[in-house]
Write a protein that binds this ligand. Structure first.
Ligand code: FES
Length: 104
């Protein structure tokens, strides 16, 4: 069952990432060409915040700032080592709010 949690009330600018809390989980929100993506704000390698990483809007990936692991933020798949896949979450925009379903 979906459990939508409010993750941010401020807008995430295009091409930017924002660390947020959704239902007690650290999530990272990213805006790629106006589309919002939500994924775990923890690199699966050493738990570094992915919100500190570099977003590539051309291929929809984020690169961890610590050791350079790269993830597809649409699927959580690893595109570059060293790491394992990360959780991605459904998200939607309602008015000024970004809602994330962290229940799945
Ligand atoms: S902590 Fe992210 S690549 Fe090592």
């Amino acid at each position: 069952m979906a459990g939508w949690e409010k993750a941010a009330s401020s807008e995430v600018q295009e091409g930017e990432v924002l660390a947020a809390d959704a239902g007690g989980k650290r999530v990272c929100l990213a805006n790629v060409d106006g589309e919002i993506y939500a994924f775990a704000d923890n690199c699966s390698h050493r738990d570094f915040p992915l919100s500190h990483g570099e977003l590539d809007t051309d291929d929809c990936t984020i690169t961890c700032e610590w050791h350079g692991a790269r993830f597809d933020i649409r699927t959580g798949a690893v595109c570059g080592p060293p790491a394992t896949p990360i959780p991605v979450y459904p998200c939607k925009v309602e008015g000024d709010d970004i809602l994330v379903d962290v229940s799945s």
